[in-house]
Design a protein around this ligand. Structure first.
Ligand code: NAI
Ligand code: MG
Length: 493
């Protein structure tokens, strides 16, 4: 309990059971946020040609945080030309071990400035500080470290072949893991000798702009990495530019399909990492308490703003009532609120539009006849928040079970046999990830072979490692990021 001395003016986080934690807020002071950010082109911060800017807010307070330049065609052209010049003049000629040293330097600087980056990520995007501090930022560092190591060992990644860089890579990232997605894209591109023009999402550009200043500090040759900001129009113009050789996109399936159409008659190489509707499958012999924790982590982690979120839960019929009760009990203890508070489990939804989309699906689920349940946690008055929610009695064919919601909303279905659940799990337009919980090793091997998903976690969920590839089947996209596989989309032979 707080004493008089450390009494805070912040609202206290309340648990369903009626007790609460004293606030433990991270200080926002460690992040030096400018009022306005320009475009990082050719190693310099440049004003956008049209002098247009876009505001980004803190979704937990709805207050404006900074404004970022909107790049138009003219700016994009400048960025692509500088990336091409940097490719011809410096990057493709540089000895590979020297290239590796630059990537190492980025990793070290990221590590040094980890605290500021975590605070920026949380203020701009709404995710709990615990996650940005313990997951996003360290994982982004790890990706740079990992790919720095590959730079001078490509002959071992592709034995008896001679990998060559493609040239200029255009990269577009989403708002759910801004810094981490930038790392997934920039690190392998640089390691293989490509230069980069990257556009972050308009609601969460801050950590990527900070990464640009780290790249500046790391003294990379000008133009090797260019960061341009702006919304969908900027992304579309970058995709259209004739001077790029490769596109790496992470985001919605709708935009992914558009990009696919636009690049169909070109020589631009394309990798897409799109949506998901992952099946998390619990067999009756699973370690139940661990599985409950895994399900909570799978869907409520990062407010469910996760393409590989375990948003469809399949529980074997015999344990369904017990499992659902335990899950509800655990949900009652989840704290929703100030993302800067280290106690918070579920932070702010990234934008008003995304919250509206989630609420639309909650209304739809009720209309479709599924049973709605949400925890009783109190929500802050300001900002975009959503209670952890689940639906039972969900039909396999319902939209709740088929469509990506991208929020803390779990659809629960049941099954009897292994064959039945494989058929149900694979009955989805998506195929990014899945989870299997069982005591039986042979069942894990059987399931992971037959589930059409890029990643299958066994007795765990949402585990990541830079050495492990990630990517989808079907409408979840194609190409892999991470691991040796993540080098392939950036080379030709
Ligand atoms: P989005 O696909 O519009 O945005 C992703 C990125 O693409 C952003 O940087 C955006 O500025 C850019 N972009 C938008 N239109 C573009 C175009 N025509 N050409 C090139 N780039 C373009 O995603 P949005 O609208 O922010 O989210 C909508 C839904 O997409 C979410 O509710 C969620 O279901 C899904 N989504 C999935 C993600 C994933 O990691 N797979 C990430 C973000 C969203
Ligand atoms: Mg923002």
């Amino acid at each position: 309990m707080p004493t008089k001395k450390n009494k805070s003016t912040l609202p206290r986080l309340r648990l369903g059971a009626g007790w609460s934690y004293a606030p433990a807020p991270e200080s926002a002071a460690s992040a030096r946020i400018n009022e306005q950010y320009e475009l990082f082109i050719n190693g310099k911060w440049q004003k956008p040609a049209k002098r247009a800017y876009i505001d980004s807010i803190n979704p937990a307070t709805e207050k404006k945080l900074y404004r970022a330049a909107v790049a138009s065609e003219q700016d994009i052209d400048k960025a692509v030309v500088s990336a091409r010049t940097a490719f011809d003049k410096y990057w493709k000629k540089m000895p590979a071990n020297e290239r590796g040293k630059y990537i190492f330097r980025i990793a070290r600087l990221l590590q040094e400035q980890a605290r500021e980056l975590s605070v920026m990520e949380t203020l701009d995007g709404g995710k709990p500080i615990r996650e940005s501090r313990d997951f996003d930022v360290p994982m982004a560092c790890n990706h740079f470290f990992y790919y720095a190591g590959w730079a001078d060992k490509l002959e071992f990644a592709f034995p008896n072949r001679a990998p060559r860089p493609l040239g200029v890579a255009a990269q577009i990232t989403p708002w759910n893991f801004p810094l981490l997605m930038a790392a997934w894209k920039i690190a392998p591109a640089l390691a293989t000798g490509n230069t980069v023009v990257l556009k972050p999402a308009e609601t969460t550009s801050l950590s990527t702009l900070k990464l640009a200043s780290i790249i500046e500090e790391a003294d990379l040759p000008p133009g090797v990495v260019n960061i341009i900001t702006g919304a969908g129009d900027t992304g579309a113009a970058l995709v259209r530019h004739a001077g790029i050789n490769k596109i790496a996109f992470t985001g919605s399936t709708a935009v992914g399909k558009l990009i696919q159409q636009q690049t169909a008659a070109t020589t631009k190489k394309l990798t897409l990492e799109l949506g998901g509707k992952a099946a998390n499958i619990i067999f009756s012999d699973a370690p139940i308490d661990q599985a409950v924790e895994g399900v909570v982590n799978g869907i409520f982690f990062n407010q469910g703003h996760v393409c590989c979120a375990g948003s469809r839960l399949y529980v074997q019929e015999s344990i369904a009532p017990l499992f659902i009760q335990k899950l509800k009990d655990r949900m009652a203890t989840l704290l929703v609120g100030d993302p800067m508070d280290k106690n918070t489990d579920i932070g702010a939804i990234n934008s008003a539009e995304q919250l509206e989309k989630i609420n639309y699906y909650i209304r739809l689920g009720k209309k479709e006849g599924s049973l709605h349940y949400e925890s009783a946690v109190a929500l802050p008055k300001k900002g975009y928040f959503c209670r952890p929610t689940l639906f039972t009695k969900v039909a396999q064919s319902s939209r709740l079970a088929q469509e990506e919601i991208f929020g803390p909303v779990l659809a629960i279905l049941t099954f009897r046999t292994e064959d039945e659940v494989i058929e149900k799990a694979n009955n989805s337009p998506y195929g990014l990830s899945a989870g299997v919980w069982t005591d039986k090793g042979s069942r894990i091997f059987n399931m992971s072979r037959r589930l059409k998903a890029g990643v299958v976690w066994a007795n765990s969920y949402n585990l990541f490692d830079p050495a492990s590839p990630f990517g989808g089947y079907k409408e979840s996209g194609y190409g892999r990021e991470g691991g040796v596989h993540g080098l392939l989309p950036y080379v030709s032979f």
